[in-house]
Design a protein around this ligand. Structure first.
Ligand SMILES: Cc1ncc(COP(=O)(O)O)c(C=O)c1O
Length: 349
């Protein structure tokens, strides 16, 4: 069968564009499976137990995607609508989950534009918490944070302050840690350091970790029991999905230890761009480079065409900004191709 979908040597548009490695495919072929709704899929049980241990939580549940995992988390935390959720204005749950929270959780978001432009602070959250009492306003029932966000790291100290505040107000905290793997790789820290500062966490398996499908939601046993109920309600109670869990286990074992290379390459790219007069809008702490092309007036479409000549695909949908996302299938030569192409494009404008 032929396909007209284009493939590229290197694709910087997202870390969701990786292909499973031969080791992942082999693990999928050999995976032991059962029916996960019956809780009889041994590979899923293994993945969930591993994830619970990794995050220091009592339990975990394997979900089809991070969107599903986040939505289930919000719904499981919220017992009594109407209410509201505090989050960063750029948060995935606020902007990119098809408005799911309004439908599934009957909640609205109170979103904060962080003053420091990188992460929301405990102080900002404190002044946005809505207590019960005034019927105009939906009380805050959840605080949601995202780490990394745009590839930048929210410092552990800030997470501690947020959790302290949340606990003093009896409000749970959910972490969208789709890329918490990157936080740990960049800071060389134990994941539990971060997850101990939240009540629940989502970890994506199909981004920088490189598995083809899936996400993990972890929390207390009671919370995960509720989450399983909502996962089922959303049609996410899957059956012989151990084939997917097998790929995820291999991805964690083989790709995560190499993640620091993605971060090194991202730094090289952002430093190289800066030399050409192209700064980043937020720090390149991990695998994303948020390049502001407006200062030099770089023609993003032209750069994209130049990169394509070398088999490199970049995101070219915004006129003044390019989000480069690194992953394990982008090698050193791709960085050089982008930098050479940017130089050539600037010189020809
Ligand atoms: C921070 C974050 N959370 C959640 C998601 C949702 O992941 P998915 O699209 O796989 O459901 C994404 C996707 O890009 C994301 O970047």
């Amino acid at each position: 069968m032929s396909s007209n979908i284009q493939t590229y040597r290197y694709d910087f548009r997202s870390d969701t564009l990786t292909k499973p490695t031969p080791a992942m495919l082999e693990a999928m072929i050999n995976a032991q499976v059962g029916d996960d709704v019956y809780k009889e899929d041994p590979t899923i049980i293994q993945l969930e137990a591993y994830a619970a241990k990794l995050t220091g939580k009592e339990a975990a549940v394997f979900c089809a995607s991070s969107t599903m995992s986040n939505q289930i988390a919000v719904r499981s935390h919220i017992i009594t609508p109407p209410c509201s959720v505090i989050c960063d204005d750029r948060a995935h749950i606020h902007r990119y989950e098809a408005g799911g929270m309004a439908l599934f959780s009957q909640a609205t978001t109170y979103s904060i534009h962080p003053k420091n432009k990188v992460y929301i602070t405990a102080e900002e959250i404190k002044s946005n918490i809505i207590p019960y009492g005034d019927e105009h306003f939906p009380p805050t029932r959840l605080i949601e944070i995202e780490n990394t966000l745009g590839g930048s790291i929210m410092p552990l100290e800030e997470m501690k302050k947020i959790y302290e505040l949340a606990q003093s107000k009896d409000i749970p905290v959910h972490l969208d840690g789709a890329r918490l793997w990157n936080v740990c790789a960049a800071t060389q820290t134990d994941m539990k350091l971060w997850t101990s500062q939240v009540d629940s966490v989502n970890l994506c398996l199909s981004k920088g970790i490189g598995a083809p499908v899936g996400a993990i939601l972890a929390g207390s046993s009671k919370f995960i029991e509720r989450a399983r109920l909502f996962r089922k309600m959303m049609g996410g109670g899957w059956r012989q999905a151990g084939v997917l869990a097998a790929a995820a286990l291999v991805a964690i074992e083989t790709i995560w230890p190499r993640m620091a290379d993605d971060h090194r390459r991202a730094k090289e790219l952002s430093e190289g761009l800066l030399k050409l007069g192209i700064p980043t809008i937020i720090p390149t702490d991990t695998n994303m480079v948020m390049a502001d092309t407006s200062k030099v007036g770089l023609d993003v479409k032209k750069l994209s065409e130049e990169c394509l000549k070398h088999g490199v695909k970049i995101r070219d949908s915004a006129p003044n900004m390019i989000r480069f996302v690194l992953h394990h299938q982008i090698e050193d030569e791709a960085i050089q191709i982008v930098l050479d192409s940017a130089k050539k494009t600037l010189n020809s404008q």
